[in-house]
Design a protein around this ligand. Structure first.
Ligand code: V07
Length: 258
């Protein structure tokens, strides 16, 4: 009796998720979604677990989110995995976090390849542990010919540094005569950023109730829609992502009406 009930309940839940996915796919889906995956430490603290347990749980949500984004036809998913400021955290926590790309790819790379996902990374590679960099570069190489979702990890990324480095590169190119001051417009400047080959995000999601950009894609988010959710990243489900996209679609329709 109890088993029967559970089975029925499970089937009902998944069919509503299916329906919702189909519903969302009928309207314009954002091309590029960026997410600040915040609240992993708080999720762990609430359960009296070490912070690293929250990061590990958060990693599983990366997989679910990637799968759904791909299924919805989102072209690019940029995930803020580690900022240039995150090095200030306790050494053991940083060490653990830097093993997550290895673990994630060790488990899910075959799945990403099968699902036609292309892995990319933006951020300062120099300071990353060699094992982290090797795992990511292997994934980038093995998925480079895929043409489904682009899964772009922002790792050791900081937007002010990115902009400053772009300015320095522009000055360099100016001195060498590669670009003239009069040719430098927004489009030309964008090509000096780490996102040179990306469109700007249409939608930014930040979880865990914080309403800040925290040095994330400051230039690129100039015209994006923002969606702030109180849900902690490890609790961020398919339903929550669909809710954010539905809200985005409603805003699009309103602007279209006037
Ligand atoms: C990290 C889990 C998600 C919540 C936020 C912080 C902790 C997946 C990756 C990853 C990165 C590159 C890659 C494949 C997977 C990751 C870091 C942290 C640094 F090619 N999750 N995750 N990287 N967390």
């Amino acid at each position: 009796m109890l088993n029967k009930f559970r089975l029925r309940k499970k089937q009902n839940t998944s069919s509503t998720l299916r329906d919702k996915i189909e519903q969302v796919k009928k309207a314009a889906v954002p091309e590029h979604v960026a997410i600040i995956m915040d609240g992993n430490g708080r999720w762990a603290k609430k359960r009296a677990l070490p912070r690293i347990a929250g990061h590990h749980e958060g990693m599983k949500v990366v997989r679910k989110t990637t799968k759904l984004a791909n299924e919805l036809g989102i072209k690019t998913l940029t995930l803020y995995a580690f900022s240039t400021e995150n090095w200030k955290r306790p050494k053991n926590e940083v060490e653990y976090i830097m093993k997550l790309p290895d673990e994630f790819l060790g488990t899910f790379l075959p799945e990403l390849i099968k699902e036609n996902v292309q892995v990319k990374m933006m951020g300062y590679k120099d300071q990353l542990p060699i094992h982290t960099l090797r795992a990511i570069e292997k994934a980038i190489e093995e998925t480079k010919n895929n043409n489904g979702l682009v899964l772009n990890f922002a790792l050791n990324y900081g937007s002010r540094s990115e902009i400053l480095d772009a300015v320095k590169q522009v000055l360099n190119d100016c001195n060498k005569g590669i670009i003239k001051e009069t040719e430098l417009d927004e489009k030309a400047f964008s090509s000096y950023l780490m996102t040179a080959n990306f469109t700007d995000p249409d939608l930014l999601i930040r979880t865990s109730g914080e309403m800040r950009l925290s040095n994330f894609m400051l230039w690129q988010l100039a015209y994006s829609e923002f969606w702030f959710s109180d849900v902690l990243w490890p609790d961020f489900s398919e339903d929550h992502l669909l809710e954010a996209i539905e809200a985005f679609q409603k805003r699009q329709r309103r602007y279209g009406g006037i």
